[in-house]
Structure formats: C-alpha cells, structure tokens
Design a binder for this molecule. Structure first.
Ligand SMILES: [Zn+2]
Length: 569
C-alpha cells in the first residue's frame, strides 16, 4: 500500500474549505455590529462535535460504518487543515476515540490499529497538549488489548516519564505494576556512551550478485556506526579493508570469519572490538563503488560493495538518459528485447506483515500473492522464466526481495501491491518506479511506508541520486508506463469507475538495489469498499494479472521495435 494521492484529494478539499472560510470572514467583517467571536476552525470543531454526539445517541446510525467515517472525516479535516487551531488536539483525540468505539461495532483490527496510531500521532505532534498523556494512555491500553504487552509496558512507562504529574500518571503506574513481567530485560552491557544507543548484533548474512556483494548485520536496537577504509598493506601482506564500528555487542557464537570469495570480497569478519564496539571488517578483493546505510524493522546495517567501472554496466543497466537518441549504449541483445529471459514477480507483504487491510477485512498480502500466481503461468506460456519472491504466506524482508532478483539474474522486477488511503473514497490504479520523492508529503509517505528514520532517508536519497546516473531509471519508467497503461485500459474496460493515477516516482526500499528495470504496481484500493469487493474476486484478480502480463509483453515488444529501428544498416 502507498497513499500519495490521498494528500492531493485533501488539498483540493482544503482549498474549498479555505475559500468558504474567506467568504465567511468577508461576510462577517462587512456586516456591521457582528463580532467574530470564534475562529473558523473552532466553529468547525463545534459542528463536528455536534455530529459526534448525535452519532453516540443513535443506535441506528452506529450500525453503519459510513456514519462513523463522516464524523471521523470532519475531525480529521480540522486536524489536517488547521494544525495551529486550539481545538486541533481535541479533534485528533476524538478521531482516536471514534475508531476505538467503532472497533466495538466492526471488530476490524484495522480500526483499532488506526485508533492506536492516531493517539500516538497526537502525543508526538502535540506533546504539550493537555490531552497528550490521555492519548498515550489510550495507545498503551490498545496495545494491551492487541496482546502486545511488551509494547504496552513501554508506553505506560513512557507516560510516567514524560508526564509524571499529569492525571494519567497514576493509572499508568498501576498498570506498570500489573504488567511488571513484561518489562524489558536490563541491558547486558552498560557503557558510559549510552546517549546514542547501543545495538545487540543478532546475525550477519551476505549475498553475492554479479554486480555487487551485500553484507547485512542484523541487530536489536538502533544502529550507529562509523566507516573506515584501509589501503592495502604490503608489509603485513594484508588486502585493502573496510571496517565499520558499530556501537554495541555481539555474542561470541557469531564472531567467526565468513568466507565470501566472489571476486569483490574475500571475507567478512565480525567481533567484539572493545566493550562497547562491534567491528565488521571486509577484506576486499576488488572494489569500485560502495554504500553503507541502515534500515529498521528489523534494525540492520547494510554494506553494498560494487565492482569496478565496467563490471557494473552488465545486466540491464543503461547509462545516460536517451532511448531514441540514436546513440543508445544498450547491448544489442537487450535492445532487441532478447535480453529479457527471467522475470521476478514480488507479491507484496506476507506472513506477519498483512499489508493494508480492507474495510471488510481483506488482506493485501493474500491479493498480491493470488495475482502473482496468475501472472506467472501466462508469462511462462510465452516462454519466460518466472520466479516469485514468495510463493506462500511468508514474511520476506524488503531488501531480500531485490537481492533475490539480482541473484537469479532477473531482467525485470515487478512488485505487486494494493493501495490504501485514510479516505475510503480513494480508488484507482498507479505504478511507481524508483526515484527521489519530489515533495515533503511524498517524503513523509515514504518515511511511513518504509519504516525508517529521517536521517536514513536523507542518506538514501544521496544514494538514489547516485543511482539515477548509472542505473535503470529510463527502462524502469518505460516499464512502469507500459504496465500502468495496460492495467488502466484492462480494468476500466470492464469497470468504468477505475481511476488512472498514472506513473509516479518514489523512494521505495523494495526497489532500491535492483539491478534491472523495477516497478511497483498498486493494483486498486483495498481501502475502498467497492474495490475491496472486486479485489476479493478471482475474476478481477485475473483481469489484473492479464493486464500486468500485457504491460510486460508490450514493454518487451517496444524495446525490440526501438532497437530494430535504430539498428545501423
Ligand atoms: Zn503494499
């Protein structure tokens, strides 16, 4: 799921609200004797609260999800459009309460999850509001209700720490006693430098690809690190090395050399350098470029070592920008579309990650898997080798998905998803390829979707800028266009209501590191009641898979045609 267009819909609506607001002020200011007693946003709030009470009084209204949505929307709009309004914390709080109450009717876990994140958002955005501690208490209670007692414990203790004198602190203290068994275990090592946090290394893995090697250090806790490069040392007979110091600890069982020997890296070694430092050493055979960055959920440090210059231009990369400039640097086989042999389909989410959940409980992970399974035989019948990053309901990390595609020498990578939006009215299809999000809202969405820190995002955008110079952006955008066009035409032919949101660029981790044209397709909105119903039907799933198949085939055909036209005679 990804929700960029949500913001646009809201902006449009916001403009209308604003125009009405200006008109209202204008009218009031010219009518003599009238006193503008309350700011506009506060009057909006009063009106929303009136609707809220009338919902609470009517058993009949409460039976319909829509009645709840309307009141929630009204409060949400105040929060979105008037962040400075004195009533905004109350509006957000009411959204949380409404979702919590709604859960008692709908029994949809997603409603409870939304309530929780709304309360957390309130505490984060308005930490000084008188409702901040109430919000934190609500979030903790919901976590308890969801069975996540460890996280609930942390939130209660957070509350006591942040608001020791507030009226919710006593309640939280009682809860802490009751949940004492779920308190986090004391940290194994104490260092004097705890300010930046320490990590406990849990595993070290590597992947070898033709163009790069990836070493990943998994850890519990936030990773902070320092990177160092050492030149070859002929006196000691040592190869050039890169070493990375991570603040934290590692169990002795993991402290052994990992032989790699793939032409880029000889081996990786990891060990406890001093009491509070884990050192990862990479013995280098040959290295062009490299990148080091961290990701969260699970917390990990990733080191990619690329080959020298010429090696990188291999499979499916395209230097420069122009297909159709007449001076395409693509290998001829690839220009002819002959390069495409293997296609990797990536059904989004899976296992403990359900993806987005529809109003009637349909899970994104099940739809994406069903669609991928339908695309596969169609492509195979045309003669392509097709691999799935998962063929059952299992959790696969984002970076392992592209690493898999690289390892299998895939020529095309397609990640399949269903979209979701806070507004249940959002619907339609869109296709993404990797790029730097252009505006603040897209960045925020990327942050949300990718579960990473802002610093990491900033680091990654640097890497992305780098990638745009050398990688498959042009090819990816062509592939995205072909899939989007075929998907929209295919679906709208049978379902007139389907909207075309076009091709977009965003920083999706699942696409980073792919060494081939890679796109992410949002097949419909699972959050829209009608589209959820469609997505559940195998007929619609098949229509989607047929359209994705057509998109891929048209892209390959187009490549072949361009190449034939431009082939020197
Ligand atoms: Zn998704």
């Amino acid at each position: 799921m990804l929700s960029l267009k949500n913001a646009m819909v809201k902006t449009r609506f916001g403009n209308i609200v604003l125009i009405v607001a200006i008109a209202a002020v204008a009218v009031l200011s010219v009518s003599p004797g009238k006193v503008l007693s309350k700011p506009y946003c506060e009057r909006l709030y009063d009106s929303a609260r009136k609707d809220y009470y009338s919902l609470l009084e009517s058993e009949r209204k409460q039976r319909f999800h829509d009645s709840w949505e309307k009141v929630i929307d009204k409060f949400s709009r105040i929060a979105d459009k008037y962040p400075q309004c004195s009533r905004t914390p109350d509006a957000i709080f009411n959204v949380g309460i409404l979702y919590r109450k709604l859960y008692r009717k709908s029994w949809l876990k997603s409603d409870l999850e939304t309530a929780k994140s709304t309360f957390l958002e309130l505490q984060k955005k308005y930490p000084k509001s008188k409702l901040a501690d109430d919000a934190l208490l609500n979030a903790a209670e919901i976590l308890e209700e969801l069975g996540d007692k460890e996280s609930a414990y942390l939130k209660y203790s957070d509350l006591v720490k942040k608001y020791p004198d507030g009226d919710m602190a006593q309640k939280a203290r009682t809860k802490l006693k009751y949940l004492a068994a779920y308190a986090p275990k004391p940290k194994p090592v104490r260092t004097t430098r705890t300010k930046t946090g320490t990590a406990r290394v849990t595993d070290v893995k590597y992947w070898s690809n033709p163009e790069y090697s990836r070493v990943v250090v998994y850890a519990k806790g936030k990773i902070s690190y320092e990177k160092h490069l050492l030149k070859r040392d002929p006196t000691l007979g040592k190869p050039p090395r890169m070493y990375i110091d991570i603040k934290g600890t590692i169990p002795p069982s993991l402290c052994k050399p990992i032989p790699i020997g793939d032409g880029l890296l000889q081996q990786a070694r990891v060990g406890q350098y001093d009491k509070s430092t884990v050192r990862l050493v990479l013995d280098i055979e040959s290295m062009g470029d490299h990148r080091v960055f961290t990701m969260e959920n699970p917390s990990r440090l990733i080191v990619d070592v690329m080959g020298k210059g010429g090696q990188v231009s291999g499979s499916g990369t395209m230097a420069g920008t122009g297909l159709g400039t007449g001076a395409s640097p693509l290998p001829l086989a690839q220009q002819l579309g002959l390069g495409v042999k293997t296609i990797v389909l990536d059904p989004g989410h899976g296992g403990r990650d359900p993806g987005a959940i529809g109003p009637k409980g349909l899970k994104e992970k099940n739809v994406t898997l069903a669609v991928a399974r339908m695309v596969k035989p169609k492509l195979e019948a045309t003669g392509y080798k097709v691999l799935l990053t998962r063929d059952r309901d299992v959790y696969v990390e984002l970076d392992e998905r592209t690493a898999f595609a690289n390892r299998k020498y895939a020529d095309i990578f397609i990640s399949i998803h269903t979209n979701a939006s806070r507004s249940r009215r959002a619907r339609g299809v869109e296709t993404y390829f990797l790029g730097v999000a252009r505006d603040r809202e897209s960045s925020e969405t990327a942050l949300l979707e990718n579960a990473i820190s802002e610093q990491t995002l900033a680091d990654l955008e640097k890497i992305l800028l780098d990638l745009t110079r050398t990688s498959n952006l042009k090819q990816s955008s062509l592939l995205a266009e072909s899939i989007q066009e075929n998907l929209f035409n295919g679906l709208s032919g049978k379902h007139k209501s389907v909207k075309n949101h076009g091709v977009k660029q965003a920083s999706f981790y699942v696409l980073i590191g792919a060494q081939m044209p890679a796109v992410l397709v949002e097949t419909s909105f699972i959050s829209h009641p009608t589209e959820e119903k469609l997505l559940r039907s195998s007929k619609y799933q098949d229509l989607i898979s047929e359209s994705i198949y057509n998109g891929i085939i048209h892209y390959i055909d187009k490549l072949a045609k361009v190449a034939t036209r431009e082939k020197p005679s």
